[in-house]
Design a protein around this ligand. Structure first.
Ligand SMILES: Cc1ncc(COP(=O)(O)O)c(C=O)c1O
Length: 376
């Protein structure tokens, strides 16, 4: 139940047990074109896709170095570790970064964002972390942002590393220029493949203004794909096989059913864990579907709690980041997550709390969770 890497289905794991093919062969073309086409379906886009052999940070960095030049004005909401890292990458690139800072667990409102656009007509781009994994918040108004980006003629870039595949994110409908995901989160693949989509106008800009970089150079990726359906460099072949299988499973389930399953499990975890005595960290209207961050109870020691949960009940959850270390823990609700994981997690957390001397009511938690799971 980690916020990534998440559980990987057996079928996806088995897909890796195959020969290492020549990445300049027809077999590779067949593999990679299927990966690209199926990623387009999952991103709900006709845009170009590149599946980087890297962790999510590589694809996020690519979104910065291919689009932003020294002095470009960029707006980014910042309220946790991943939005801070992204704003740092933008600063390192020499951008003039306008940070809309809010306390962790709370998102900037749409009105605050709209006001920042009004005050910065000469904007180059708006960057946003869709789902702030470090604190369990999710931005709920991404559908409305393109009204602002088109008004200011700015690029729209979304880091959806920890949400895409687990909740609605129609890239074309919402006019997102660059969107980033990662295999090891809601896509339920092993870590190491990170897809990124690029709109035609962003692509044109990147081809005309390529960055002085080799591996994450998107213009080079477009060129190789257009000429031969290859990647410029040797891709992580076993991981691509696994990622393809994960995409097949997502599309077999259907996006709508998958989003519904994530939402029902998330609602069940929030309600079940609340009723055994824990309180969610994030403000109610900003709560993430895929990451449930919970406040530690008074005196509950992070390491002892998580070690007991892992060793006695084989349930893995994550701790907090930075100054939230020891104050919150995070439960992932993504990928394969289902009724079994939800019920087992609530009962294991409840048992751990009881073992550590806290009053808790597992029966109540499970009953409420079961109610929410009826939506499945
Ligand atoms: C929102 C977000 N962005 C970027 C990253 C970085 O991804 P990775 O650890 O795969 O490099 C993460 C990782 O958890 C994330 O949650």
């Amino acid at each position: 139940m980690l916020p990534g890497p998440t559980n990987v289905p057996e079928r996806v794991m088995r897909a890796m047990m195959t020969h290492i093919i020549n990445h300049r062969s027809d077999d590779f073309v067949e593999l990679y074109t299927e990966v690209i086409e199926k990623t387009q379906q999952v991103f709900q886009t006709q845009n170009d896709i590149v599946a980087f052999s890297s962790s999510g940070t590589g694809a996020v960095e690519a979104s910065v170095i291919n689009l932003i030049k020294k002095g470009d004005k960029v707006i980014i909401p910042v309220n946790g570790e991943f939005s801070s890292r992204l704003s740092q990458m933008l600063e390192w690139q020499g951008a003039n970064v306008i940070k809309l800072e809010t306390p962790p667990g709370q998102n900037a409102t749409f009105d605050q964002i709209s006001e920042a656009f009004d005050n910065n007509k000469d904007l180059k781009a708006f960057y946003v972390v869709h789902n702030e994994t470090s604190t369990g918040t999710m931005v709920n108004y991404l559908d409305k942002i393109s009204d602002l980006t088109s008004r200011n003629n700015a690029y729209y870039v979304v880091d959806s590393v920890s949400l895409l595949g687990g909740a609605e994110l129609p890239v074309d409908k919402w006019n997102i220029d660059v969107c980033i995901a990662a295999g090891q989160k809601a896509l339920a693949a092993p870590p190491g493949i990170s897809p990124i989509s690029i709109s035609p106008r962003a692509k044109k800009y990147m081809i005309e203004n390529p960055p002085p970089t080799m591996y994450f150079n998107l213009a080079r990726q477009f060129k190789y794909y257009e000429e031969s359906k290859h990647t410029p460099f040797t891709p992580a072949l076993p991981l691509l096989y696994a990622y393809r299988e994960a995409l097949r499973m997502i599309l077999e389930e259907g996006l709508e059913a998958r989003f519904k399953r994530h939402k029902a499990c998330s609602d069940a975890l929030y309600s079940g864990l609340s009723s055994i005595g824990l309180t969610p960290f994030a403000k109610e209207e900003d709560r993430s579907i895929t990451i449930i961050a919970l406040n530690y109870l008074e005196g509950l020691e992070d390491k002892t709690f998580r070690n007991t949960l892992a060793q006695k009940f084989r349930v893995l959850v994550a701790g907090g980041f930075g100054n939230l270390k020891g104050k919150v823990f995070r439960v992932g609700c993504m990928g394969e997550v289902n009724r079994y994981h939800v019920m087992r997690t609530i009962s294991a957390i409840s048992s751990t709390l009881a073992m550590m001397g806290y009053k808790t009511n597992a029966q109540e938690g499970l009953k409420i969770a079961e109610e929410k799971l009826k939506a499945l």
